[in-house]
Write a protein that binds this ligand. Structure first.
Ligand code: SF4
Ligand code: SF4
Length: 103
């Protein structure tokens, strides 16, 4: 006969591990990418759609002389090559295209 397990109350549950936020910045997590986004500065209209869409915070922004955020390129150390930025860049602009990753 199966022994009945005692159900724990919330107060009796062991405390889980807490991992510090932002630790991925210490590692190059983009090394297994098969495609890379290539940004064209001349075509870019700085709408920031790619920046807000990137799940890995890999679109780099810097302030311009008016303190407005502008795109500064791609952080290839952390970009996974998912292609969301290229997909979300306005079709009439197409300032990001995906290319085969270089070896
Ligand atoms: S390919 Fe994906 S991870 Fe890389 S910059 Fe674009 S949205 Fe971010
Ligand atoms: S979505 Fe395209 S046009 Fe908009 S900021 Fe990004 S690269 Fe530039």
């Amino acid at each position: 006969m199966k022994k009945e397990e005692k159900k724990l109350t919330a107060a009796e549950l062991p405390i889980g591990g807490i991992i510090e936020a932002g630790t991925a910045v210490n590692f190059h997590t983009g090394s297994w990418r098969s495609e890379r986004p290539v940004w064209n500065k001349e075509k870019c209209i700085n709408c920031l759609v790619c920046w807000i869409s990137c799940p890995d915070s890999s679109i780099k922004v810097v302030p311009d002389e008016r303190k407005t955020s502008i795109i500064a390129g791609i952080d290839y150390d952390h970009c996974k090559g998912c292609g969301i930025c290229a997909k979300e860049c306005p079709p009439k602009v197409k300032a990001i295209v995906m290319e085969q990753e270089r070896k």
